[in-house]
Every structure is written in C-alpha cells, then in structure tokens.
Design a protein around this ligand. Sequence first.
Ligand code: SF4
Ligand code: SF4
Length: 194
Amino acid sequence: MSSIEHTVLYEQGMDLDFMERVHEIPGGGAIKRCIQCGTCSGTCPVSWAMEESPRQIIAMVRAGLRDRVLESATIWTCASCYFCTVRCPQEIKITDVMYILKRLAIREHRERSKRIQTFSRLFVELVNEYGRNHEFALMRRFLLATRPFGALKESGVAWNLKTRGRLPLGAKPVKDLDGLRRIIAKAQELGGEA
Ligand code: SF4
Ligand code: SF4
C-alpha cells in the first residue's frame, strides 16, 4: 500500500517578503503573474534531472520558501537555454529568475553553491592572469581545490586528451593584457549586481 507524506510548513520558517525581493530585482518583475500552468516544466529539457521543476521553484518563491529555494540543486541544474522564458504565457523571465536565485545563493554562501563559488573564483583568477580562460589550468586548479585525490584519478583522461591535441597544456595570454586588466578594474569599480 502506498503512503503519502505530508510536510507541515510553519510561518516562522518562511520569508514572506521573498517574492517581493525577487520581484524588485531586474528580471524578476513578472513573477507575481505566474498562473502555475506548468508550461515551463513541460518545456524544460533538463527538468527530468531537477530536484524541483521550474514551476515548483516559482511556486516556492511565491510561498516564501527562501531556504529551500536557495539550497535547491535546481537553480544550478538550469542550463540557461531560455526555452521556458520563450514559452511562458505570462511572459515571466524564468531563466533570469534562476540567475537571480543563483546570485542570492552565492551571496549568502549557501552550502550547495560552495563548489560553484570556487569554480567562479578560479575562472576569474585565470582571466586576470591570461585575459582568457584556459581549460586545463581551470580543471587542474578546481580539482586540486575541491578533491585533490580526484585530480590524480583524472590525470589519465587529461593525458589522453593532451596526446590527441585536444587539451593544450600551456596558457597564452591575450595581446593587450594590461588593457583588459584596466577594463576589468573599471568594471569592478563601477560595481553592480554580483
Ligand atoms: S510557464 Fe510561466 S505562468 Fe506557467 S507555471 Fe511557468 S512561470 Fe508560471
Ligand atoms: S532556462 Fe533553465 S529552467 Fe528554463 S527551460 Fe532552460 S534549463 Fe529549464
């Protein structure tokens, strides 16, 4: 016999201003118009791999389930393909909402986003060093920072890719690296959304 589990949600565990907060951030403006039609979930090519569907995430934001939303792997599973945004009958920018939630999760140092933060920091470091990404250096630094024993395990794959000319080991800086650094410094000075 199957059983149905019920979860009781108490008001003190909710952030009743959460939807207003998301609504005020550029990209989140139409979230109040959601009619829970499920078109986004039916359209999403990776909803099968998500903990909660896009429709559920929107419903959870509206219900003030801030912690559950910001700890959900769904926001990181989103592939930013914009299918849902194009098809939403209420013109809700669901992809942008996912980005808003990712930024909030990073800003609040949520557990689920820690590896993403490491990846992002290392990527920015490489761009500052070379003016561009370098896949080999990024993967090496990321593996060493997050699972050093995994780095040893992956070294065989890296060697195979290298011998087939698919993974250049040396990073070459862009021509006007100093110019690019000045642009990045100016952008950081101007600030804005993280
Ligand atoms: S498609 Fe739009 S209106 Fe429908 S559930 Fe998704 S966000 Fe809400
Ligand atoms: S943008 Fe994200 S949530 Fe929307 S359909 Fe694509 S993967 Fe799914």
